[in-house]
Design a protein around this ligand. Structure first.
Ligand code: URA
Length: 231
C-alpha cells in the first residue's frame, strides 16, 4: 500500500506531466492546464466536464458561475471546496466551450484515472453527461440516472458513483436546480455509508508502517501543494 505522503508526491508528479501535455490539439489554445484542485485525501471527488474561460485563465476548476453554484450546494451540506477534490474529464478548455471530442476524452482519461487512484475517494459525483458516461463506460444519459448511486469498480478500486446534473445546466433552469439540490442533499448520507466493499478489487499487501491520515479530518495542505491548486 502506498502511504498518503507518497500518493501526494505522485499526484504532484502527475500534475507536472499534465502541465506539459501535448497529447491533443487543445494544448495549442489553452492558457493553463486545469489539473484539478482540492483535498488530495478527499473522500469525495467531483468530476465535471471541461474547463471554461475562467478556469483556463486561472488553472483551477469550477471558478466561474457553475463553480459558485457548486460551492453553494456544498455549503448547504456543510462542506467546502477544501473538503473535496474537483477535476474534469478534460484538463484543457475546448475552444468556445464546445463539447469534448471522443479522441480528446481518450487522450485525457489516463490523467483522470491516475487522480482517482492517487486520491482514493470513496465516492465520486459525476457532474453531467460527459463525466457520467466516461466513468460508467455506458451511454446512459444523466437525466435517466441522476441521483442513483451505485458501486462501480474503476481501475483497482470500488467506489460509490453518484451521477448528478452539471451545475451549469442548473444555472438557468429552476427545475434542474431543484433536482440537483435534492440529489446533493443525499451526499452526506451516502458518505456516511463509508467505503464500499472492495470485493473483487485486488487485495492490497501488508499495511504501510506509516499510518494513513484519518480521512474524516481532511488534512490540511503543505504550502508547496497549495501552489498547484491542491489542498
Ligand atoms: N464546467 C466544468 O465542467 N468544469 C469546470 O471546471 C468549469 C465548468
Amino acid at each position: 500500500m502506498t502511504s498518503a505522503g507518497e500518493r501526494r508526491e505522485q499526484l504532484k508528479a502527475s500534475y507536472e506531466r499534465a502541465r506539459v501535455c501535448v497529447a491533443c490539439a487543445l494544448h495549442e489554445s489553452r492558457t493553463n492546464v486545469v489539473f484539478g484542485a482540492g483535498n488530495a485525501d478527499a473522500e469525495l471527488m467531483f468530476v465535471g466536464e471541461a474547463p471554461g474561460a475562467n478556469e483556463d485563465q486561472q488553472g483551477v476548476p469550477f471558478v466561474g458561475q457553475a463553480g459558485r453554484l457548486l460551492e453553494q450546494l456544498l455549503g448547504e451540506i456543510g462542506m467546502q471546496r477544501g473538503d473535496v477534490f474537483i477535476a474534469n474529464t478534460l484538463m484543457c478548455r475546448p475552444p468556445g466551450n464546445r463539447d469534448p471530442y471522443p479522441h480528446e476524452l481518450d487522450s485525457c482519461r489516463h490523467f483522470l484515472f491516475e487522480k482517482l487512484e492517487l486520491i482514493q475517494p470513496t465516492m465520486i459525483c459525476t457532474l453531467g453527461n460527459f463525466a457520467t458516461k466516461l466513468l460508467r463506460g455506458e451511454p446512459t444519459g444523466i437525466s435517466r440516472i441522476h441521483g442513483q448511486h451505485e458501486e462501480r469498480t474503476i481501475g483497482p478500486r470500488t467506489v460509490r458513483l453518484y451521477p448528478l446534473y452539471h451545475p451549469a445546466a442548473a444555472l438557468y433552469t429552476p427545475s434542474t436546480l431543484e433536482l440537483l439540490r435534492a440529489d446533493f442533499l443525499r451526499i452526506p448520507e451516502l458518505l456516511a455509508l463509508g467505503p464500499p466493499d472492495q470485493g473483487a478489487a485486488p487485495v492490497e499487501p501488508e499495511p504501510d508502517p506509516e499510518p494513513e491520515p484519518v480521512r474524516e479530518t481532511h488534512p490540511r495542505p503543505g504550502p508547496e501543494v497549495q501552489q498547484l491548486g491542491l489542498f
